[in-house]
Each structure stands twice: as structure tokens, then as C-alpha cells.
Design a binder for this molecule. Structure first.
Ligand code: NI
Length: 172
């Protein structure tokens, strides 16, 4: 496994790209998933989409296990949300592509999705709690959407400017 560089703001060109479905699960997809997982653990983070390492394919990794617990990686390809609850929940979200920035985001509290699992089989999931939020955050990435798109325009513009300025100053 190898660590991959994570794309961050202000590189919106990459982060705004819409990722393409994978044709199936082959050794290349598995290798990418493994590298993404390693990269995510190292960051550390709880979710990562392939576009965050510059690959525009509809692939995610998630692991919500806590430090010191047995790792529980979830590998997801071509996810499609088929249902979302009317009930909403708020979580303070962050993103490895927007380091050190956190904001409350409101999303459906539960979702159902269809996806391809690591074995290349069609699978379904009913996600609640943090998993539901994390899945929606990562699926957003596949559509070029960032969590800051769910907050006020003023806050969004402020954080984007902050990263543009940091880049100009050579701090990124
Ligand atoms: Ni993210």
C-alpha cells in the first residue's frame, strides 16, 4: 500500500469534477481502495473519495472505528442513494480536502443506498447516525460537491478565500 497526496482547497478544479462509475471491481480498483484507506488512516480521517486523491472514479472508503478498536473499513463503488429520511440531523463536519475547518451541516438523518461492494456484488445498505452523514458527505464528493456548499455563502466564500490566500503566501 502507498500513501497518496490529498487534493485540498484552493484546488477547486479537481474537487469540483464529477466522477465516473467504475465498470467493475478489478485489481486496480482494489489497489486504489487500499491506498486510499492507508492515506485516510494516516491523515487521519473517517472517509475519503477517490477524487480527493485526484482520481475521478466513483469510489469511497469509510471507517468509523475508534482509535485502538478493530478496524472496520467499508469499501463502496458506484453508490446511489435510493431513499432519504424526512428527519434531519446535524453534525459538525470536516474534510481532508479542507483541513482544519469544521462547520455544522444538516442532512437527512437516514439514507438507503445501492452500491458495489469489494467483491463486486450489488449490495444495499440502510445507514443511520454518523455513517449516514459520512456517506452523504463522500457521495457529494463524487458529484463535485463539498460540505461547505451546505453552509452559508458568506462562510463558504470566506473559507475558500482563506485557502487561496494561504496558497499565495506559499503556506500550502
Ligand atoms: Ni470530504
Amino acid at each position: 500500500m502507498s500513501l497518496l497526496p490529498i487534493v485540498t482547497l484552493p484546488d477547486e478544479k479537481t474537487l469540483r469534477e464529477v466522477s465516473k462509475p467504475v465498470a467493475g471491481i478489478d485489481s486496480h480498483v482494489k489497489k486504489l481502495w487500499d491506498d486510499m484507506l492507508e492515506t485516510m488512516y494516516r491523515a487521519p480521517g473517517i472517509g475519503l473519495a477517490a477524487i480527493q486523491v485526484g482520481v475521478p472514479q466513483r469510489l469511497l472508503v469509510i471507517d468509523l472505528s475508534k482509535d485502538g478498536e478493530v478496524k472496520l473499513p467499508l469499501f463502496v463503488a458506484n453508490p446511489e442513494i435510493t431513499w432519504e429520511s424526512d428527519a434531519r440531523s446535524d453534525y459538525e463536519e470536516g474534510c481532508l480536502s479542507i483541513p482544519e475547518y469544521y462547520e455544522m451541516v444538516t442532512r437527512p438523518a437516514e439514507v438507503k443506498l445501492r452500491y458495489l461492494n469489494r467483491q463486486g456484488e450489488h449490495a444495499e445498505m440502510h445507514a443511520t447516525g454518523l455513517l449516514a452523514t459520512c456517506l452523504q458527505h463522500e457521495i457529494d464528493h463524487l458529484n463535485g460537491v463539498l460540505f461547505i456548499d451546505h453552509i452559508s455563502r458568506l462562510k463558504r466564500e470566506r473559507v475558500i478565500k482563506k485557502f487561496q490566500k494561504a496558497q499565495k503566501l506559499g503556506k500550502l
